[in-house]
Each structure stands twice: as C-alpha cells, then as structure tokens.
Write a protein that binds this ligand. Sequence first.
Ligand code: GTQ
Ligand code: FE2
Length: 304
Amino acid sequence: MNQDALAPYYADLARMSFSPGWARPAPSIWPAPQPKFKPAVWRLVAAKAALDQAGDFVPVEQAERRNLIMVNPIEGNTYATTRNIVAAYQMVKAGETARSHRHSPAALRLVVAAKPGTYTVVNGARIDMLPGDVVLTPSWSWHGHVNESDATSYWIDFLDVPFVQHAEAMFFEHHPEGLVTVTSTGPTPMRFPAGDPLGSGKEAKIAEIAKDVLPTFGLHFVRLPASTRADVAKTTTNYVYSPVRGAVRFTAEDGTDETVGPGDVIAMPCWHAHSYQAETDAVIFRVSDEPLLAKLGLTRTQPE
Ligand code: GTQ
Ligand code: FE2
C-alpha cells in the first residue's frame, strides 16, 4: 500500500499513543554505548572568582545553597555533569549558615578550602570540614552547613540527582527548624580525611572509602607518583576526578588533553577510554557511579 493510503492508519496509532516499532526515526537499542556526555573540565580559579562575585549579591538564606553546577557542555543538557552524577562548587562565607534540608538524592563533598570552624551537620552530628576531607550525606539525611571560621569555605558537591530525576524518585523537604542543632561531636563514619585511606608510602595505590555507604557512588583516593600513568579502558562507568594534591594530565581518545590541579574537576563519561599521568606526586579523588551500574548488572568494560 502506498504511504498516503496508510496515513489514516498511522494517525490512528498516534491517537492511541502507539508508536509502530517498525517505523521509528531512530533505533532505541544499539550494539554498544553511544555516549552523549563528553570529557569536560572545570577550574577552581574560575569557580572561586564567580562564587566570590555571587557572594556580593546572592544571600545564602535566599539561595539555600550558593553553588555553581558543572554542566556538561553537550547539546540539550542543562544540569548533569555525567549521566548519573552532578558536581557543583559551593561557597559558604565566614559567619554564614546554609539551613538544613533533606532529599532522596545522596550527596558527598570534597573540601577544597576551609578553616577550622567549618562543618556540616548530618542528622545532628557535627562533621568538621577540612581541606581534602570527604564528607557524606546519605539519602534522606538532614544536612546543613556552618562556617564559624573567619574565612570563606569552598568545596565540591557530588550528587546522584540526575539519576534520581530519571527514576522519578525525587523527594525534598526543608527542616522545620532551619538549621539542625548539633547533638553529637567527635569521630563520625561520615568523614574521610584525604590522606588516611592511602596510608604512608609512595607507591601508586588506589583505596576505596565508604564502600557500600552510598548505594550509587564509588569513592576512591588514588595516589600516583610523579610521571606514573594509569590507563582506564572503555567502560560503562562514569568517572569524575578532582586532584587533592599535585598536577595530573588527563588524555582521552577524543583529543582531550588537560592538566588539572587541586580543586579542578574533570568528567570522564562512560565509554571514553582515558589515561591520566601525574606530572608531580599526586593524590586524586575519584567519584564514580560504578556501584549503581553494578546493582543493575550494567557494568561492562572493553576489552574484557
Ligand atoms: O549542600 O545540600 O550542590 O542539596 C546541590 C544540592 C549542594 C547541599 C548542591 C544540595 C546541596
Ligand atoms: Fe542538600
């Protein structure tokens, strides 16, 4: 039959919210990942300068969080850093508090600059934030931020918001009392100082922290002595890296060649084989969504 004669049939299908699987403009299943996200870099100096400006006209009470989201620069994307992860720079000025809330997305922070007196309150527990620390706020835990020091604090947030949005499992609420009061201080299982997991020694080493605490995130510290290199094959896992110490050169097959330092962030989305080489002795914090994909049976690496 000719197309014109079939037009009423196809119109009927559309009216009934059917799409004919044999006549779709683009396939919905394909042989191997066709990554949309691309490698991208964000620099601490740029973020700091922009946040400092915002500090003059964005009150933290109004903003809830004074943050700058690292939006992967691909067409149509307005939020995510990689498919399942969003990263953001956040600033809390001396004397400020960012009131408590909770949400179904899980979050963690890597502290870039903070003086003693900067802390986050997670379900009433005071968690000090010092440079290099990783601080966790699991799904649905109350959290607010406090800066009682005399200097501005900066850190990097990582959340699984893009995944939770996709899953349509988003919940959020403000704490009825503004900032949760501190009910406990001292060591907490939600704080991971950078140096600790790697121990002493100088050899290349990778150490996982907080295993199975956040169900979507894999968190690692990587120690890479000067001029050593790590190679990462094509994998369905999405990575976001931020050096804690040293300078690290990242290269990827798409032509990416970027040297990043402390507080900078580089996204290496899935199916982008890449390498990173330490230009000086380096410690790198690495965030991935590997545990999320593993739970779904979707981790794959090529070549096997
Ligand atoms: O600090 O609670 O960058 O809820 C985005 C959402 C930070 C936070 C972000 C958040 C937070
Ligand atoms: Fe939050």
